[in-house]
Design a protein around this ligand. Sequence first.
Ligand code: ADP
Ligand code: MG
Length: 264
Amino acid sequence: MIGEKNRIITIANQKGGVGKTTTAINLATALAAIGERVLIVDLDPQGNASTGLGIDRRSRELSSYDLLIGSHSVADTVLQTAVPNLSIIPSTMDLLGIEMEIAQHNDRVFRLKRALAAADALSYSYVLVDCPPSFNLLTMNALAAAHSVLVPLQCEFFALEGLSQLLETVDQVRRTVNPRLDIQGIVLTMFDSRNNLAQQVVNDVRTHLGEKVYHTLIPRNVRVSEAPSYGKPAILYDLKCAGSQAYLQLASEVIQRERQRKAA
Ligand code: ADP
Ligand code: MG
């Protein structure tokens, strides 16, 4: 059955700059490092996940655009990254036009789900989908295809406000196109312990959302922000830095939640 063999986790937040792509890249790298076969699907026309994993624009002949259009399969569009066990379906600016191109089709929300259900996607144990910063058709495809959604939340004043909107959208997706959609968890990113407000935000989010929030706090860390310009995950660029260590810890929480789900 679809979804029994692999786990599709969509990384979503309609706000930009909250750490979606950084989380996709480093969580994927951490999972790959312990021997899981991992696929990232880059669904953001900006292509930051592709660039951050060192995928040159010239090598992106086929992309997630071709996957959603339906002309090519996972096997056709996938590229191996420099990280063993980690592959990516890159994105290109072509994705900007996809909404117009598939809007008239009844299956427009299920394009990614269908592509990932094909046999060639089942050899990956984890598929992480990196979303653009909006609730558009691309994000809807990612939510419709997923078993669960992982939400990065930046430790700042307006964090909770955006979150309630996101949780409403998740509910709506559950009611309409994807009843199985779970919340994998909420990860607090770019935490700065010297900032009192950040600590207050952490407390508020934990009070409101309880166990949905991972114990791991991702610190604001300059090494994490430098890594993409070298085309490397932070975990490869500087394994010892606090940001990389936090992402390793997050990966073990994600795995633990998966084990609990299987046991349930
Ligand atoms: P999104 O994908 O949600 O737009 P990104 O992951 O691209 O967000 O992060 C936005 C910016 O913040 C990027 O420049 C990224 O390098 C930086 N960044 C993300 N996480 C951290 C962190 N833990 N510490 C420092 N900078 C970070
Ligand atoms: Mg991004």
